[in-house]
Design a protein around this ligand. Structure first.
Ligand SMILES: Nc1ncnc2c1ncn2[C@@H]1O[C@H](COP(=O)(O)OP(=O)(O)OP(=O)(O)O)[C@@H](O)[C@H]1O
Length: 573
């Protein structure tokens, strides 16, 4: 009524009211004719075109404002997460102003103030702009919360596969963030639909306003407002249903069922299925890699060969010179010099905090170095040489990583939680390396078969054991045809009985001729598989050599002490 009073106080508004009432007169006559029973009256208002036209206006404002608000909100959320203070501050300031002032005032301000700077919009457009700008501030915080809820390890894994920031955001982070974003967005959409009624302050002829117009003429408060309420309820229920559907779609715990499977479970049949046709047998369980058939054209061997592992075996491949890295005052790598030959398997040993993982991450530029240089296959990853000597970071870092083709396997697997095992494996080949989906699928299935997981291609990571997840992670790293494989404690997060299946795959890869640098505490594996063992402590290489020297006959006291501790721990477990 306040809005109506305000409206009636201006000449333009009075013209609008009388036009609306004229439009309404047909409805009002109809209402008068059926006045005999309130229920009938209620339903005739609830079905009246006059109210539904207003509802449609509310829906259009909500849909447009929500879409624009979400896009702007995503931009603001990314600004809030920026490393640049000025960018973060600008986003924060916008959100602070918009969230801190009443929306009604914002609408009036846009409607009355913008014409002074030459921007005149009609009421509907003004409402869309006003609601969208308001929603952007609220969406920004919901989206930022969603992005922060996704484990950073997910983007690290994507980065290691050569995926750039935008691709990582679109394919990996946002789909997982949706689970926490959707309830907030659903809430805001419902609130906005109801709040569109305040747009009547700038003469938008929406649902509540139309209901008030009818009441202003016939004073049937109860039936008219109840009918408007019912229409709101129908529309907000539709939003809730859409929200539930979207939430189910992004629910990672949800079992992925083929089309018609739900009906079959409920009624015992499947759509498009001939009666009597047998339901296909479940796919066979994974065979253990130890039992897996290794064919002559073993995928691992062809990968290693294409990386030059056999033909050029022994040539320097990874060359690190005086690599230095600090975090604040803490020096983590203090002048590492190391060369890894093509086809060589190097195991890095060392106590916790000695800098092994950091060193590994500098090789594919997941961490930039402070000093020194690293080349892989003769090229710097993420650095370009300066004309007068020295190096400068390249802008196209994702491309540099992709070109280097360095596969990385992490301690906690870092599989993309929203993608099946096969989708995990083929994501980078399709999106980064442009392989046709069908060819990528064939390669993915072969690799999964090779790590003993042919029967688990459609399973989401949470349905796989730790050992199986790590084998998928190895297949995923191999799918980019790596020239070099980095393993960062690949078995440390596994139960002892699952360690063997992962080590078996790594053994197979090593014997195929793949160049590998492995950080591990598995002394037996190092003894069996490594060509060279490098022992690190406090950011320096203490000693290195064949396992028979470093493990069985270490020259340094520090190495002996470390090996004693590891052996004691192995005996205890
Ligand atoms: N992003 C980071 N910011 C600050 N400090 C870090 C960061 N990453 C690693 N460090 C520190 O650098 C040191 C070396 O870490 P790093 O993970 O390389 O050691 P590590 O030998 O691999 O140990 P672990 O076997 O426990 O993983 C540790 O003290 C760690 O706390």
């Amino acid at each position: 009524m306040l809005a109506l009073a305000f409206l009636a106080s201006t000449a333009e508004a009075q013209a609008q009211v009388s036009a609306a009432l004229q439009e309404l007169s047909g409805e009002a006559d109809a209402a008068a004719a059926v006045e005999q029973h309130w229920i009938w009256e209620f339903f005739s208002y609830a079905a009246s075109e006059f109210l539904w036209v207003g509802a449609w206006t509310a829906v259009k404002i909500t849909a447009l404002s929500m879409a624009i608000g979400l896009v702007l909100g995503l931009g603001l959320a990314l600004m809030r997460l920026s490393r640049l203070f000025v960018v973060r501050a600008a986003a924060w300031f916008y959100i602070w102003i918009v969230r801190g002032t009443p929306q009604l005032l914002q609408l009036v301000f846009i409607y009355d103030a913008l014409p002074y700077i030459g921007l005149k919009f009609d009421s509907f457009t003004t409402a869309v702009i006003g609601f969208a700008l308001n929603q952007a501030a609220f969406s920004a915080e919901i989206i930022r919360g969603g992005i922060l809820s996704v484990n950073k390890a997910q983007s690290t894994a994507a980065t290691a596969l050569g995926m750039g920031p935008v691709l990582t955001l679109r394919r990996i982070v946002l789909p997982q963030a949706m689970r926490s974003i959707l309830p907030g967005v659903g809430n805001d959409t419902i609130s906005m639909l109801k709040l569109t009624s305040i747009a009547s302050i700038i003469f938008v002829n929406e649902l509540t306003f139309r209901a008030q117009q009818i009441v202003g003429q016939n004073f049937r408060f109860f039936t008219v407002f109840a009918a408007a309420g019912l229409i709101y309820l129908i529309l907000t229920s539709a939003i809730s249903i859409a929200q539930s559907w979207a939430e189910a779609r992004f629910d990672l715990e949800r079992e992925r069922r083929p089309r018609g499977e739900t009906l079959r479970r409920m009624f015992g049949f499947r759509l498009n299925e001939k009666p009597g046709e047998d339901v296909p047998a479940p796919k066979p369980l994974a065979v253990s890699p130890a039992d897996a058939h290794v064919s002559d054209d073993d995928v691992f061997r062809s990968l290693a060969t294409s990386a030059g592992g056999i033909a050029k075996r022994g040539e320097p491949f990874v060359v690190c010179r005086n690599v230095q890295k600090s975090y604040g005052d803490r020096v983590v790598l203090n002048g590492i010099d190391m060369t890894v030959a093509r086809g060589e398997v190097v195991v890095l040993l060392g106590p916790s905090g000695s800098g092994k993982s950091t060193f590994l991450r500098t090789i594919n530029h997941l961490e930039p170095v402070d000093w020194g240089e690293i080349t892989v296959d003769g090229r710097h990853v993420g650095y370009a040489p300066l004309p007068g000597g020295g190096l400068k970071p390249t802008r196209a870092l994702a491309k540099a990583r992709a070109d280097a083709r360095i596969g990385m396997v992490f301690q906690h697997f870092n599989l993309f939680n929203h993608l099946s095992a096969l989708e995990n494996v083929i994501e980078a080949p399709i999106r980064v390396f442009g392989i046709a989906p069908e060819a990528a699928r064939a390669l993915g299935l072969r690799l999964l078969g090779e790590v003993g997981l042919a029967g688990h291609a459609d399973h989401l990571p949470h349905r796989l054991s730790g050992g199986q997840q790590q084998r998928v992670a190895i297949a995923r790293a191999l799918a980019i045809s790596p020239k070099l494989m980095l393993f960062d404690e690949p078995t440390s997060a596994l139960d002892p009985e699952l360690v063997g299946e992962v080590l078996q795959v790594m053994r197979k890869l090593a014997s195929a001729g793949m160049t590998m640098i492995v950080v591990t505490h598995e002394i037996r594996f190092a003894r069996e598989v490594a060509d060279r063992v490098v022992f690190m402590d406090e950011g320096v290489i203490v000693e290195q050599g064949p396992p028979s020297e470093v493990i069985d006959n270490p020259s340094q006291d520090r190495t002996r002490r470390f090996l004693r501790v590891v052996e004691r721990a192995e005996t205890a477990s």
